[in-house]
Design a protein around this ligand. Structure first.
Ligand code: AHR
Length: 507
């Protein structure tokens, strides 16, 4: 029997939690937009063509912010193709995914969709084929009230009120040779600086994210972040991180190591940001936007990313997730929470069909993939502030990471309603973990609100249209609360959420 312990104390708070870490991503790619969130004629579609079943599942998933419109698509996208009367919008060839883009869906449709879904938008500007002037014009179109050419154009398009979009990405993965108009760090750093300047002058209330590395394994990793920030440090708020987890060896004990590598990635990028600050003797802190992350390896080959004949919305990278992947996504969420002092935004990539937690049939059903569940629970119960948990756990050694504790955990406390959520991954494959958690000073009159486990003895189990709930959270009967102490038995290879509540506190 394995045992592990968590101690938190009301005086040891890591950080307030920025709920934008529970973001997602909608790209004009495959069936994410067309056949995903937007499908006129679908039995559940509303008058604007937004799928009602996908909307309902999005609300249940609970993303707080959604990145749009790409992705690699962004680097060849003309925002002005996607606004105005639909019948006048041009049909284009998209060089990112070798698909035909009809532009039937664009900025104003996405903003209407966001309002209905109750999410904040995170927009990107094209710094591949375009540059600062188009970024400025687009921002003016979106955020200026009226009385200028671009804002009046928006009003003429039936959007009287400005969109008020706060979060803007300065391009996408500009370090990647696959990117349309890839740049060197020097080229991108200069462009990002000049674009940031004109965007801030256009709307001083916005927040800006510069592109970091597409992956920690990029040859330019580290040097890229330093060089880019050396140019644009004073004008940006965030640097981005992207990562897609792989299980190439099909060995879950090794696969669990990617969660530790994500943590290392974050801490390394923080160190680089702070090195740039130190060189300038600046107290400004650049925050991290982990704005693409997920499991993606089964469909990472070119034949899954391109279909011949320039089709409209072909099925691309429709990864089917299993129980193992849900554990990885749950573990990654814990890592994001435990870096809440510097990670202030993050996006699960993507939302629907394209490496998505939601899967649909065009014209048919929609269902929850396995990875839907840890995300939905973290977004629902992760409110307030992340505590500095002192964790004691046995560990194992792997090739992917030298020391992997069986218990991976984060504790989020919400003084507003007195609740405290423990998110806990048991990475032991065969043995349960006997967990003891002491919540010191957070209220001793605790009651159990939720004891949930995501677990399946067959780790390759997937959710399908026919078996949509094969992997789903169930109640864990082995959880007890006594005063400030919680005890629980966590099943092997399980992701767990335990929520207890004391009387609401004022501090
Ligand atoms: O999410 C799929 C693709 O992965 C995105 O378009 C790109 O930014 C990343 O390489």
């Amino acid at each position: 029997m394995q045992a592990a312990r968590i101690v938190v104390d009301r005086d040891f708070v890591l950080s307030d939690l920025d709920r934008r870490v529970f973001g997602a991503f909608v790209e004009h790619m495959g069936r994410c937009v067309y056949g995903g969130i937007f499908e006129p004629g679908h039995p559940t579609a509303d008058a604007q063509g937004f799928r009602g079943d996908v909307m309902a599942l999005t609300r249940e998933l609970g993303p707080t912010i959604i990145r749009y419109p790409g992705g690699n698509f962004l680097s060849g996208y003309n925002w002005d193709d996607g606004v105005g009367p639909r019948e006048q919008r041009p049909v284009r060839r998209d060089l990112a995914w070798f698909s035909t883009e009809t532009n039937a869906f664009g900025t104003n449709e996405f903003m209407d969709w966001c309002r209905k879904a109750g999410v904040e938008p995170m927009f990107g500007v094209n710094l591949g084929t375009r540059g600062p002037e188009e970024a400025r014009r687009f921002l003016e179109y979106c955020n200026h009230a009226g009385g200028s050419a671009m804002s009046d154009l928006r009003r003429a398009h039936g959007q009287a009120d400005p969109h008020g979009i706060k979060f803007w990405c300065l391009g996408n993965e500009m370090d990647g040779p696959w990117q349309i108009c890839h740049k060197t760090a020097e080229e991108y750093g200069r462009t990002a600086l000049e674009t940031a300047k004109v965007m801030r002058w256009t709307d001083p209330t916005i927040q800006l994210a510069a592109c970091g590395s597409s992956h920690r394994n990029m040859a330019t990793y580290g040097a890229w972040e330093y060089a880019v920030l050396d140019h644009c440090f004073d004008e940006v708020d965030f640097i981005s991180l992207h990562t897609y987890f792989r299980n190439d060896a099909d060995e879950i004990r090794e696969y669990f190591g990617v969660i530790e590598l994500m943590d290392a990635f974050i801490k390394e990028v923080v160190a680089i940001c702070d090195a740039v600050a130190a060189k300038r003797r600046s107290y400004k802190r650049i925050m991290l936007s982990f704005d693409e992350w997920n499991v993606w390896y089964r469909t990472h080959q070119i034949e899954h990313m391109r279909k011949p004949g320039w089709p409209v919305a072909p099925p691309l990278i429709e990864e089917v997730y299993n129980m193992e992947d849900a554990l990885i996504v749950g573990g990654a969420l814990i890592t994001l929470l435990n870096n809440a002092d510097r990670v202030k935004a993050a996006c699960l990539a993507q939302l629907v069909n394209v490496i998505g937690p939601i899967m649909t049939e065009t014209g048919g059903a929609a269902w929850r993939q396995t990875i839907f569940h840890p995300f939905a629970q973290a977004a629902r119960f992760g409110h307030g502030r992340v505590m500095q948990a002192r964790v004691t756990s046995p560990a194992y050694a792997a090739k992917s990471f030298p020391e992997i504790p069986y218990l991976h955990t984060a504790v989020v406390d919400n003084p507003a309603d007195g609740s405290t959520a423990i998110f806990a991954l048991n990475r032991h494959l065969n043995e349960p973990l006997e967990l003891t958690a002491e919540l010191r000073g957070l209220g001793s009159d605790r009651t159990l609100v939720l004891a949930s486990e995501l677990q399946h003895p067959q780790l390759k189990t997937v959710n399908t249209r026919q078996t949509p709930d094969a992997v789903a959270p169930r109640t864990n009967p082995d959880v007890a609360v006594a005063g400030e102490r919680i005890t629980a038995r966590l099943k092997p290879a399980s992701w767990n959420v335990i929520v207890t509540r004391a009387a609401p506190r004022t501090s």
